[in-house]
Design a protein around this ligand. Structure first.
Ligand code: NAD
Length: 343
């Protein structure tokens, strides 16, 4: 490894973090950071929270494999750190249950199919009982009619999952769209009830699923990687690039994005991971209501590939989140690079 020299900028806390990270590197035996130049230069006097810059100059010595950089001794080789294979600690679903909300249609249904193929007993949660039953029957799973905002039916759905086998994965897809501007064309204000309803289904419904899922998973025996379960939520690119008329929808999905890291932190001690997928334009029954030419036009607006996404592309990412133990606290855009214009 060649000698490197870098500057870490930040507030006072940033400087302290840089210091800590150096110590961490030393422990790993990768580098010896000579902190001779580790002085803290205050470009400006003042508290860090005002955004004033503190720079720590790091002069990192060349890597020397014969030296233990933690102790500085040459008669004691540095520890070696084997690279773990990517599959190490991958979460298995064999013999476990997995619950999917909104599983009677679109992305939820696609996720349920993938989970069943991985050997999970799938619990299909949807307020559309007939469609839910049909999917559950096909997959050999259990149908649980529930409205995600409802306490009793959601509790019963999670109980049904636990009854079959420990719950390892929850993929929460149930959600609805809505179009209404902050003020309508005639100047009348956005309806309060519709805003509340969208927040209720998309945000409170997510909270409801997360709390019941976490509580169910908390009772699981941890796997070899310390994991008890994983929760995947569904936001939307509208959380970031809300279009005209998406006030309620983007606010609800923004809430889902914001709760991701907090929930992951809350649940870290229990060995439960939480991630969120923020899809772009996906060809599901939700968009199927649009005429073909309108859907084709939407597809052309995507950066690359110039088409709508598929429900299975969502399911594939959801499965990678379930599988990969190092994915946690993250919101992943699945959008082929699209940035939504104002309308
Ligand atoms: N399709 C897209 O382009 C797109 C883009 C970004 C985000 N999303 C989000 O992805 C998720 C899935 O969307 P989809 O396109 O697969 O839609 P979809 O309409 O095909 O499926 C949604 C399912 O959720 C169920 N559902 C809705 N409200 C419910 C409730 N209160 N309780 C229980 N079940 C309920 C519906 O019955 C339906 O089966 C939604 O949260 C949506 O906001 C979709």
């Amino acid at each position: 490894m060649v000698a490197t020299k870098g500057i870490l900028s930040g507030g006072v806390q940033g400087a302290q973090a840089a210091e800590r990270s150096l110590q961490h590197d030393e422990l790993l035996g990768f580098t010896r950071a000579r902190r001779t130049l580790g002085k803290v230069n205050r470009d400006h006097d003042g508290p860090a929270h005002l955004g004033l810059t503190v720079q720590v100059h790091l002069d990192v010595g060349p890597y020397d494999a014969t030296t233990n950089h933690r102790t500085g001794r040459t008669d004691e080789p540095a520890r070696s750190f084997p690279t773990l294979p990517v599959t190490s600690g991958a979460m298995s679903l064999q013999g476990f249950s997995a619950l999917v909300t909104g599983a009677a249609s679109g992305m939820g249904e696609a996720a349920a199919r993938r989970l069943a193929a991985e050997g999970a007993h799938v619990v299909i949660v949807d307020r559309d009982a007939a469609k839910g039953e049909a999917v559950a029957k096909e997959l050999g799973g259990t149908a649980a009619e529930a409205d995600v905002v409802d306490e009793a039916s959601m509790r019963a759905a999670f109980d049904a999952a636990k009854e079959v086998a420990p719950l390892r994965a929850c993929i929460h897809c149930a959600g609805v769209g809505w179009v209404e501007r902050t003020i309508n064309r005639d100047g009348s204000p956005h309806m309060l009830d519709t805003f509340r309803k969208i927040l209720d289904i998309n945000l409170i419904g997510t909270f409801n699923a997360v709390r019941f899922a976490a509580s169910a998973m908390n009772g699981n025996e941890a796997d070899d990687n310390g994991q008890r379960g994983v929760i995947v939520n569904t936001a939307s690119v509208a959380a970031f690039d809300g279009q005209i008329g998406q006030l309620a929808y983007s606010a609800s999905k923004g809430g889902v994005v914001s709760m991701t890291l907090t929930a992951a932190r809350d649940l870290s001690a229990a060995g439960i991971r939480v991630c969120t997928i923020a899809p772009g334009l996906v060809d599901t029954p939700l968009l199927g209501m649009l005429p073909d030419d309108a859907r084709a036009e939407l597809g052309r607006s995507v950066l690359f590939p110039k088409r709508l996404g598929t429900a299975d592309e969502f399911a594939s990412l959801a499965m990678e989140i379930v599988r990969n133990p190092y994915l946690n606290g993250e919101v992943i855009r699945l959008d082929a690079g699209i940035r939504m214009p104002p309308k």
